[in-house]
Design a protein around this ligand. Structure first.
Ligand code: PGA
Length: 219
């Protein structure tokens, strides 16, 4: 089964820092050892082009993603970035992250519009949900269970709780389920007990090439 390792860089790294990361990271992953592991890096919009260039130049085995997408079709929406604009550089997009819901007031309706727009542009959608009660939008290609208390706190969720929520999510949608929240190289093996886990969304521990590659190797 495909295992996804999705780096969510949030509001970190300039384009130059993105180039520097990838130049080091490419030597830390052994492509022959990756098997079914797929690596997806989601930098800021401003770094996507630089990331794409480096990935192509060195033939690095990673895919790219954005962290958000506009809910609108192209038009007069100052500051927004649409699906087709992202698709020039990336194949994935994270939608509905709890930080977007919390700091930018994103509603379930907006999340649904974003998913629809991303699909229209041919992007693969990674939908984040905080718990089993969050609406799971049709069209999501992967669903990430991201309990708010585990994000950026160092308090990764109990694998038994992840299993419980996965079970409930599975009843709603038949897509790969991943976990996110304070995942690191030490704690990741604890999730081997979660049935059918299809990977991880990783924030803080994905920012340094070594710590991100150690996570991937540890799985
Ligand atoms: P974290 O972030 O790994 O820093 O907890 C995860 C996320 O927000 O996707």
């Amino acid at each position: 089964m495909q295992q996804y390792f999705i780096a969510n860089w949030k509001q970190h790294k300039t384009a130059q820092e993105t180039r520097d990361f990838l130049s080091v990271f490419k030597d830390q992953i052994d492509v022959s050892q990756l098997g079914e592991k797929q690596i997806i890096i989601c930098p800021s919009f401003t770094s996507l082009q630089a990331a794409q260039e480096i990935v192509k130049e060195h033939g690095i085995d990673v895919s790219l993603g954005a962290q958000d997408v506009s809910e609108f079709d192209d038009g007069a929406y100052t500051g927004e970035v649409g699906g087709s604009q992202i698709k020039e550089f990336a194949d994935f997009v994270i939608i509905g992250h709890s930080e977007r819901r919390r700091y930018f007031g994103e509603t379930p309706e907006q999340v649904a519009k974003k998913v629809a727009n991303a699909k229209k542009a041919g992007l693969t959608v990674v939908l984040c949900v905080q718990d089993e009660n969050e609406p799971v939008v049709e069209g999501a290609d992967l669903v990430a269970f991201e309990p708010v208390g585990a994000i950026g706190t160092g308090q990764a969720e109990d694998p038994a709780e992840v299993s419980r929520v996965f079970e409930l999510l599975k009843a709603k949608i038949n897509v790969p389920l991943i976990y996110g929240g304070s995942v690191d190289a030490n704690g990741i093996v604890n999730y081997k007990s979660v049935p059918n886990i299809a990977g991880f969304l990783i924030g803080g521990a994905s920012l340094e090439p070594e710590s991100f590659s150690n996570i991937i190797k540890a799985w």
